[in-house]
Design a protein around this ligand. Sequence first.
Ligand SMILES: NC(=O)c1ccc[n+]([C@@H]2O[C@H](COP(=O)([O-])OP(=O)(O)OC[C@H]3O[C@@H](n4cnc5c(N)ncnc54)[C@H](OP(=O)(O)O)[C@@H]3O)[C@@H](O)[C@H]2O)c1
Length: 255
Amino acid sequence: MNDNILCVPTDYIPAKDALKDQIILVTGAGSGIGRCAALTYAKHGATVVLLGRTLQKLEVVYDEIESAGGPQPAIYPMNFEGAAEKDYADMCDTLDREFGGLSGILHNASELGDRMPISDYSCDTWNRIMQVNANAPFMLSQALLPLLLKTTTGIANIVFTSSSVARHGRAYWGAYAASKAAQENLMQTLADELDGTCVRCNSINPGATRTAMRAAAYPAENPDTLKTPEQIMPLYIYLMENASRSMNGQRFNAQ
Ligand SMILES: NC(=O)c1ccc[n+]([C@@H]2O[C@H](COP(=O)([O-])OP(=O)(O)OC[C@H]3O[C@@H](n4cnc5c(N)ncnc54)[C@H](OP(=O)(O)O)[C@@H]3O)[C@@H](O)[C@H]2O)c1
């Protein structure tokens, strides 16, 4: 493990069936980068479990995967804001019953929270953002670890989603920055603890990407100047497949 920031190899071209036989849970799969990752994983052969808080959005993604001829996905509606330990244990039981194991988790769901100075930041907002962006990835990873450890595909991957403000806090990013730093640190701790097992942990900083969250953070920005979620997908595939099997505890930039 080291402190370098890595990128996907420049010559990396994923095979069409790079994720064949994999079962991958994507959080925040109803929109933005998560939606694109779910569609991309299915296109490359994975059975995708679509997790999010808005059922309608998940159903649209489900239909898109089915009409593209991908493996039949599954939907798991869940709002991280109110989810507790028992909800994660129930999820583990359900996924175990349905699939008998898991080969990947993409921790993608996050909330932006308020863009304001710490002096004015509300404690309620701080707690909510930490719950969704930092506590949920911890509880989800812990609950589903037994399923990852019995993957039938040889290796299993937990991919966390970071941000530039995780690496160096910046004015007015409040709980979002702290929660992303926590998530990146959790990735490193877990990677160290799981070294030598079949489970690897890495994190992605997507960089400025054309989504609703980016537009909310930078309302004056022209979205046409930004990369689309589709353009950053090579790294998302790479970290879920065999080509990156030597990577553990690494931080990646998607751009
Ligand atoms: N876009 C960027 O420029 C950028 C840059 C750096 C990092 N990131 C990170 O990349 C990831 C994806 O961001 P994005 O830009 O695609 O954002 P987005 O379009 O706002 O999507 C966020 C997703 O998270 C889900 N979500 C939010 N709160 C949730 C909750 N309480 N329970 C369950 N699901 C919840 C949302 O569900 P609903 O659709 O139902 O609301 C949505 O599907 C995030 O982790 C973000 O921090 C993005």
